[in-house]
Design a protein around this ligand. Structure first.
Ligand SMILES: Nc1nc2c(ncn2[C@@H]2O[C@H](COP(=O)(O)OP(=O)(O)O)[C@@H](O)[C@H]2O)c(=O)[nH]1
Ligand SMILES: [Mg+2]
Length: 409
């Protein structure tokens, strides 16, 4: 399907030159300020396998006719193309950026163009700035372009509704081809003037563009009212934007403050948690210490209990030992005594059998006897207050001596 694009703009803005640069033709542009295009012309071309039909239109400020005549020409063409099911994909509106200021005809041309196109189709419009090579200082051109883009009287409303501004460098095929290929991406649309004339059945002078081209007092009033309305709407939009910006700033401010508060809260929470953790750890440490101390005390108590138990056992053992030693001693003493008695009994028996004499002496005699016995190296059995000495009867001298001693004692 062919992509149909209409090229519009004031006379001398470079419409025919643009078409020349993509078609390769050299006979379309005019050298004078007079319009060379007095009729609607279409040109077929193919760029990167996309087929285009470019429609060259006379400018509304055309030297061949009034705005109303030109509009009629354009409207007839658009109506017939609509009726033959050929919808346009876009409008390329060219503007010479070297013009020091936008004059009345440029402004009227733009108004007609906007009315013919209709707001809802602004996204299908590309505004191409031309004559960049005729500007001494490029910055001036850029500044001018910026002002046009922002101005509510010129391209501002169109840009807000999706129109784009591109720069076309004189006779540059690739820029022109790029612009067309980009425009081909848009879906074809029904322009305001097509809708009003074909669908709504309005006569040309009653269409929005017709009113702009041929203003009657009432329509001028209407247009003025529309303009006032548009200005008011623009002002309202500005105010709205201002309010929105203010709200956005306030919201941003609040967001920042909220963020700050959140950060402060998070910081406080963190420090609170750290403090709780620190206290818990300190408590835990104190508990652990107390637990260890209790364990130590318990261990000490256990040790003491063990020691006491040990001492008690030791005492018991010692008691038992002492008791057993005592018993042993008593037993031994008894045994010694029994043995002594036994020995004395045996001695007595032996002495009686051997004819021995028992001597009983008092302590004085006993001491003398002891000294004597020591001297004689004799064994005697002795008790404290008496003693019995057994001597063999066959030693009469000893017996005599003993008697003497006993008597002397
Ligand atoms: N220097 C310069 N001249 C241009 C440019 N575009 C068009 N022209 C010249 O301006 C004159 C009018 O151009 P034309 O394409 O016929 O304008 P139209 O009336 O919009 O179709 C011609 O002499 C062109 O050669 C441009 O970008 N730079
Ligand atoms: Mg021309």
């Amino acid at each position: 399907m062919d992509v149909i694009i209409a090229v519009m703009g004031i006379t001398g803005s470079g419409k025919s030159s643009f078409i020349e640069s993509v078609t390769g033709r050299k006979d379309l542009a005019g050298d004078s300020l007079r319009s060379e295009t007095s009729n609607i012309q279409s040109y077929h071309l193919t760029i990167e396998s996309t087929r285009f039909v470019l429609i060259d239109t006379p400018g509304f400020d055309d030297t061949f006719g009034s705005d109303a005549d030109i509009l009629k020409l354009v409207e007839e063409w658009l109506t017939s193309s609509y009726k033959s099911n050929c919808l346009l994909s876009g409008l390329l509106y060219l503007h010479p950026v070297n013009k020091p200021r936008v004059d009345g005809s440029s402004l009227r041309s733009l108004k007609l163009f906007r009315a013919l196109c209709g707001e809802k189709n602004f996204a299908n419009v590309v505004i191409g700035t031309t004559f960049w090579d005729s500007i001494g200082d490029l910055r001036i051109g850029l500044q001018r372009e910026k002002e046009l883009c922002e101005s509510a009287d010129f391209w501002g409303p169109m840009m807000r509704k999706g129109s784009r501004v591109v720069r076309f460098l004189s006779r540059d095929y690739s820029t022109a081809a790029g612009i067309l290929l980009d425009m081909a991406k848009k879906s074809p649309c029904v322009f305001q003037i097509q809708e009003e004339t074909v669908i709504q059945g309005k006569s040309l002078q009653d269409t929005s563009a017709g009113i702009v081209a041929n203003p009657t007092p009432s329509s001028t009033l209407g247009v003025l009212a529309n303009e006032v309305q548009a200005t008011l709407a623009l002002q309202a939009e500005k105010v709205q934007r201002g309010v929105e910006r203010k709200y956005e700033q306030q919201a941003e401010q609040m967001r920042l403050e909220l963020e700050k508060i959140n950060l402060a809260e998070a910081e406080e929470r963190r420090s609170r948690e750290a403090e709780i953790k620190r206290r818990n750890e300190a408590q835990e440490r104190a508990l652990e210490k107390a637990r260890r101390a209790a364990q130590q005390v318990a261990a000490q108590e256990n040790k003491l209990a063990a020691e006491m138990e040990h001492l008690r056992c030791e005492n018991e053992r010692r008691d038992m030992l002492m008791r057993s030693e005592d018993a042993l001693m008593r037993f031994n003493r008894t045994k010694v005594q029994q043995e002594e008695v036994q020995r004395q009994v045996e001695l007595l028996r032996w002495g009686m059998g051997q004819n021995l004499v028992a001597v009983r002496a008092d302590p004085t005699a006993y001491a003398a006897l002891t000294r004597w016995c020591d001297k004689c190296q004799m064994n005697i059995g002795a008790e404290k207050y008496y003693c019995e000495i057994f001597l063999p009867s066959s030693s009469p001298w000893l017996w005599k001596t003993l008697l003497k001693l006993t008597q002397a004692a």
